[in-house]
Design a protein around this ligand. Structure first.
Ligand SMILES: [Zn+2]
Length: 508
C-alpha cells in the first residue's frame, strides 16, 4: 500500500459548555461531575446518528472512508463558570487522548465557543492552541461550534477551519460535522489551502432565532449570497453569548476562502456592516409575562405557546423562576385550559413523592435560587402524578432522539393549571415533558414553557401562535442590565455612541 492509499486517520476530541458567568453567584461554579465524559469507542456510542457535531463527524467518515479515532469528549448543560480543576482535567484528557493516537492526519474538534473556566476566559482558544502545539503546524484542524460561541482570535488562529452552525434552533449540527470532515479531507489531499478572516461587532444583541421573519434569517441570506462566490468556502457568523462577563461576548463574522485573504476579509466586513446597520432590530421588544398571558388567553385559537425568555435553562439559568407561572396563576384561567413546564424544584418533587398521588399539599414552589427568580409560589397543589423524569425528544425536535433524565418529576394541579415540576433545570424542546405526565397539549389553550428559541423546532406543528415574554432573570433579553467588569471597549446598546466600520460616514 502506498501512502496515498492508506486510510486517512482523523482524531476526534471535544469540550462543550455554554457558560453563564452570572449564574455562578447563585448556583455555584460547574464541577467536573456535571460533565458527561466519553472516551474512545464510548464517543461513537454516545453520538452516532444524533444531531451533534460528533454525530456529523461519524457520518462524514462513513461517507468518505476516513477512519475516525475518537479520543475524549466532555459536555455539560449550560450553567455557571467551570471550576478551574475541572477544565484542567478535561484539557488534559483531550491532549493525552490525542497524544496517545499520534501520528494522525487531521483533528476534528467539537466545541461550543462560549465556555469560561475560572481563570480561563476563552477555553476554546486555550484548548485549540494547546492541540495545535501538540500536533504541530502541518496537521490540519477543523472545529465545529455552536453559533452562540464568543469567537476569539485565538480560536481562529489555532484552527484551519472554523465552522459555526448556522441555524437556531441548531438543527444543522450534524450537517456541519459532515462538512468539516469533507473539507478536512480536501486539505489533507492538498486540494484546499483555506484562509480565514473574522470581523467582530461592538454590540451585545439579544439571542434571537434564525427562523423566517426574524433578522438573523436575513443575515444568513447575506452570508449565503457571499458564500456563492467563487473561492468562498464558508461565510457564517457567531451570534455571541451575552450572558458572560468577558472581554467581548459579541457577534463575530467568519469567512473562509481558498487562500484569498482579501476576499475573506471583504466578505466578513460586508456581513458585519449589514448587521451593524440593522442593529436596532436586535433590540428586544417583548411583553411582560402578564401581558403575554392576557394576549394568549384572548387569542382566537390555541394552543398558544408562551415562552419565558428570562429564565431559560438553555442559557445556564437555575430554571426555578416564577415570573411566568405566577402571571398564569394570577390570570385565573378556566380549569384545565393552561399548562406549564417545567419548573426546577427537587424539594417540591420530593414533597409530592412523600405525600403520594391523589393528595393535596401546601407548596412553596420555585424562586429559591437567587434574587432574579421571583418569589416562591405559595399554594395548595393536587398531586396528579409522579414520574421518573425520563423521556426522549421526538422527531422534528432540535435534539431529536436525545435522551433526557430530569430526575423525579411530578404533575401538580394548582388553581386548575397543570404544572410540571422537575428535579433538574432544563429548557423545553418539544411536547415530551407534558406527554410523560399524561397531557395532550393540543387540548390546551395556553402552553407556557421555559426556553428562548430551541422549542420552535419541536412546536412547529403544534403551536398556533408563539408569544415570547421577558422579565428580570439570568437570561433576560435586557442585555444592558448585566454588570460588566471585564468588557473591553464600548458596546452597543450599553452606549448608543459606539462607531463601527463605515458607520462613521453613515452617521456623518
Ligand atoms: Zn446555541
Amino acid at each position: 500500500m502506498t501512502s496515498s492509499q492508506m486510510p486517512v486517520r482523523l482524531a476526534v476530541a471535544g469540550l462543550i459548555h455554554e457558560t453563564n458567568t452570572y449564574a455562578a453567584e447563585f448556583a455555584g461554579m460547574t464541577p467536573l461531575r456535571a460533565f458527561e465524559r466519553y472516551r474512545g469507542d464510548g464517543v461513537v456510542a454516545a453520538f452516532n446518528k444524533s444531531n451533534h457535531q460528533v454525530g456529523g463527524f461519524i457520518e462524514g467518515a462513513r461517507k468518505t472512508g476516513a477512519t475516525l479515532v475518537p479520543t475524549f469528549v466532555g459536555q455539560a448543560t449550560p450553567s455557571g463558570t467551570i471550576e478551574a480543576a475541572a477544565y484542567a482535567a478535561m484539557k488534559q484528557d483531550v491532549l493525552e487522548g490525542i497524544r496517545a493516537v499520534l501520528p494522525i492526519d487531521g483533528v476534528l474538534l467539537a466545541l461550543h465557543g462560549a465556555g469560561v473556566a475560572d481563570g480561563v476566559e476563552d477555553i476554546e482558544g486555550d484548548l485549540a492552541l494547546a492541540v495545535r502545539a501538540l500536533v504541530g503546524p502541518d496537521v490540519p484542524i477543523a472545529a465545529v461550534y455552536d453559533l452562540h460561541g464568543n469567537m476569539t482570535d485565538a480560536m481562529r488562529d489555532a484552527c484551519d477551519l472554523t465552522l459555526p452552525c448556522k441555524l437556531y434552533p441548531h438543527t444543522d449540527f450534524h450537517d456541519r460535522g459532515v462538512e468539516a470532515v469533507e473539507l478536512l479531507l480536501e486539505m489533507i489531499r492538498g486540494r484546499l489551502t483555506p484562509v480565514t478572516a473574522t470581523r467582530r461587532l461592538p454590540m451585545l444583541p439579544y439571542i434571537v432565532t434564525t427562523q423566517d421573519g426574524f433578522i438573523p434569517a436575513e443575515v444568513n441570506d447575506v452570508c449565503r449570497k457571499l458564500a456563492a462566490q467563487g473561492g468562498v468556502i464558508d461565510c457564517s457568523w457567531f451570534h455571541g453569548f451575552p450572558y458572560a462577563d468577558i472581554a467581548a461576548p459579541c457577534p463575530v463574522v467568519v469567512c473562509t476562502t481558498t487562500g484569498d485573504a482579501a476576499l475573506a476579509q471583504r466578505c466578513a466586513d460586508e456581513v458585519a456592516q449589514w448587521i451593524w446597520l440593522h442593529r436596532d432590530e436586535f433590540r428586544p421588544t417583548f411583553p411582560s409575562p402578564a401581558q403575554g398571558i392576557a394576549l394568549a388567553l384572548s387569542a382566537d385559537e390555541g394552543p398558544v405557546v408562551v415562552n419565558e425568555y428570562a429564565d431559560n435553562p438553555g442559557a445556564g439559568t437555575p430554571g426555578d423562576g416564577t415570573h411566568l407561572l405566577r402571571a398564569l396563576l394570577n390570570a385565573n384561567p378556566p380549569a384545565g385550559t393552561c399548562c406549564f413546564a417545567s419548573i426546577n424544584d427537587a424539594t417540591v418533587v420530593a414533597q409530592a413523592q412523600r405525600a403520594g398521588v391523589g393528595t393535596t399539599i401546601q407548596v412553596s414552589l420555585g424562586g429559591k435560587q437567587g434574587r432574579f427568580q421571583g418569589a416562591p409560589i405559595e399554594a395548595e397543589a393536587y398531586v396528579k402524578c409522579i414520574t421518573d423524569g425520563r423521556f426522549v425528544n421526538r422527531p422534528g425536535s432540535m435534539f431529536e432522539g436525545v435522551r433526557y433524565d430530569l430526575g423525579a418529576m411530578c404533575r401538580l394541579i394548582i388553581h386548575g393549571v397543570d404544572v410540571i415540576v422537575a428535579s433538574r433545570a432544563e429548557q423545553v424542546f418539544d411536547v415530551e415533558p407534558f406527554v410523560l405526565h399524561g397531557l395532550d397539549v393540543t387540548a390546551y389553550k395556553v402552553v407556557a414553557i421555559k426556553g428562548a428559541n430551541h422549542f420552535r423546532a419541536g412546536y412547529r406543528t403544534v403551536a398556533k401562535h408563539i408569544i415570547s415574554v421577558d422579565s428580570e432573570g439570568l437570561s433576560t433579553a435586557a442585555i444592558a442590565s448585566f454588570p460588566r467588569e471585564k468588557l473591553v471597549g464600548e458596546f452597543w446598546p450599553l452606549s448608543d455612541k459606539v462607531r463601527f466600520g463605515g458607520d462613521a460616514e453613515v452617521a456623518g
